[in-house]
Design a protein around this ligand. Sequence first.
Ligand code: XMP
Length: 509
Amino acid sequence: MQEKIIILDFGSQYTQLIARRVRELSVYCEIHPYNNLPAFDESVKGVIFSGSPYSVRQEDAPQIDINLFHNKLPLLGVCYGAQYLAQKSGGEVIPSTIREYGRANLHYINEVNPLLKNVPKDSQVWMSHGDTIAAIPEDYEVIASTDTVRVAAFHVSGTQTYGIQFHPEVTHSTDGKQLLENFLVDICGCSQNWTADSFVETTIASLKEKLGNDKVVLGLSGGVDSSVAAILLHKAIGPNLHCIFVDNGLLRKDEFQQVLDSYQHMGLNVRGIDAKDRFIGQLTGVKDPEQKRKIIGRVFIEVFDDAAHEVQDVKWLGQGTIYPDVIESISVKGPSATIKSHHNVGGLPDFMKLKVVEPLNTLFKDEVRRVGKALGIDDIILQRHPFPGPGLAIRILDEITPEKVAILQEADAIYINNLKSSGWYDKVWQAGAIFLPVQSVGVMGDERTYENVICLRAVGSVDGMTADWSHLPYELLARISNEIINNVKGINRVVYDISSKPPATIEWE
Ligand code: XMP
């Protein structure tokens, strides 16, 4: 049985980060909303209460019965979680006289307390709270303080219940990881057995049991998630996995064939479908980005549905859903309000009525890469930059034509190849070329030209939510610009995008 930690989410922006840190310590954990508790069987080794945007003093603040956990399982309250424990046990929580936000240092530390093992005096921590624990119950012991916060950490004497006012999950808390490790290993007794290899082994065994002799159909995109999901399923059920890889004509130059070849090389039962004309035909004359996205989504569903029908007796739809998507839909804030467009078209396509199998739905993105590596998947797939589903359609501003797609593919290939040969590909999070709908005057030889502009974009990011433009060397940009203008007919000007997100976005459409 996979031992685990349960993180109860009270709505903090940092809850996911706690989970990531726990996983980094090779301990499996799950996030659950405070108001929808999972089963607490013997696999649960401990509980963490997250922070919250609420104050414990608010009437509508999230409530939970602490006696379900306190004295039954090791328990760590973080920020709101700590204040909630203190208040419910008879302590007093009051508004802070000054807002405590940012770095602070633990000038007092109880060095013999197991939670603080190897955490040095004056360790830097990250505070973010508007309330302070002013008084604690008698059986609570203060085990760390800063200059302004006396109860920076507490231990309920004689129990395995702890609270900390700061955020150990944020990297600004320099010993936060040590503190979490102390809680997980020394206090909860976790054996740190959550590794990519153990995940692969247990997942393949459980997929075998779940799927038996059933057939599964899965759409590959060339991206990391669907590729790793496919290989896991393939290891479990072999040729009963039927993969479909659609060429929508909007992929990078030669990408369809290269990726198809590498899938086949990995032994996948994969069918490539050339649907270029079907997509481009439907996009003719369309300028609006959202319209483009809808059309591409709809045509993909049609093409996929046709292909899935050709697999006899298929029972399951495989998907590369990862944990952040799952958390989003179960979060305290409730399921995302966005209704996907295919939910509006009346009557779902047949494949969407299949049972769904999602082998990666407990993993974070970096874990998916590690699992991919453990499965022996090529770096060409694992280290690939994110690429949007609508592909080059949203990198050709305005109307799409086959000629523009061809020009953009050439320019983009020159750009990406140079990033790779200069070692910059792995240093940037995402890069791509954009075809701008403007023409400008140039001169080539004795000729005046009036041609198109290519914009280069490269950004650094962690998750795509925020991004900063990458500071590529001038020499590299000069080489790329020359190569594009000299080799790609129809382009006489290259520009570099120096906008960050926000306020810009990564894609131009
Ligand atoms: P933005 O442009 O919103 O992009 O800053 C953030 C990340 O999302 C990708 N992206 C998309 N991915 N379908 C996708 O599958 C889309 O319609 C789409 N739009 C943007 C983008 O490439 C970046 O990684």
